[in-house]
Design a protein around this ligand. Structure first.
Ligand code: 5GP
Length: 187
């Protein structure tokens, strides 16, 4: 497709610091940030339609059945999906679109939209990831353990399947690296 914007998909384990990186990246490059639908409950401070569309199981099922999601996946017992319409509209208008989604969804996007650039943000180490997850203080112990387990296989998979793996060691460096990737002609 000519004249379309870049579709950038950023994945990485829960707690790796994706939101911070994404926020900084958007200060450097104007992106339309795709708001996902999810069946999980809002955390404190999260707003419907801004952070996520918080929907019930039935409503999510309708989105799936109606083909209205570009991809969807289950994560930690909840479902998450990217509304298709806004992504396509923005890309066709020449805007850059950014998805912050987990691995399996990222791979679905890459299959249906091979021009997408996929970046996996990896933690410097498992211990550091555990420390970051705990310091958030909004995730219970069972959920922390699940998220750590998932993080292990996600990273293994990412090394074979993502276009780029970037270690989130230092914010400025990481944001610079991603900006370089996006601006490189061959990405
Ligand atoms: P959280 O519950 O911490 O907000 O998100 C959990 C995981 O779901 C994160 O890895 C996040 O990137 C992922 N996620 C958020 N929205 C979507 C989506 O629309 N599709 C997929 N596949 N994953 C998503």
């Amino acid at each position: 497709m000519a004249n379309t914007g870049t579709l950038l998909v950023i994945s990485g384990p829960s707690g790796v610091g994706k939101s911070t990186v994404v926020a900084r990246l958007r200060e450097r490059i104007p992106f339309h940030f795709s708001v996902s639908a999810t069946t999980r409950r809002p955390r404190s401070g999260e707003r419907n339609g801004v952070d996520y569309y918080f929907v019930g199981e039935d409503e999510f099922e309708e989105l799936v059945e109606g083909g209205r999601l570009l991809e969807w996946a289950e994560y930690s017992g909840r479902r998450y999906g990217t509304p298709r319409g806004p992504v396509i509209t923005r890309l066709e208008a020449g805007e850059h679109v950014l998805l912050d989604i987990e691995n399996l969804g990222a791979m679905q996007v890459k299959r249906s939209y091979p021009e997408a650039t996929t970046i996996f943000l990896a933690p410097p180490s498992r211990d550091e990831l555990e420390r970051r997850l705990r310091s958030r203080g909004d995730t219970d112990e069972v959920d922390i353990q699940t998220r750590l387990e998932v993080a292990g296989w996600q990273e293994e998979m990412a090394r074979g399947e993502f276009d780029y793996v970037v270690v989130n060691d230092e914010l400025d460096r990481v944001v610079d690296e991603i900006v370089r990737i996006i601006r490189s002609p061959s990405h």
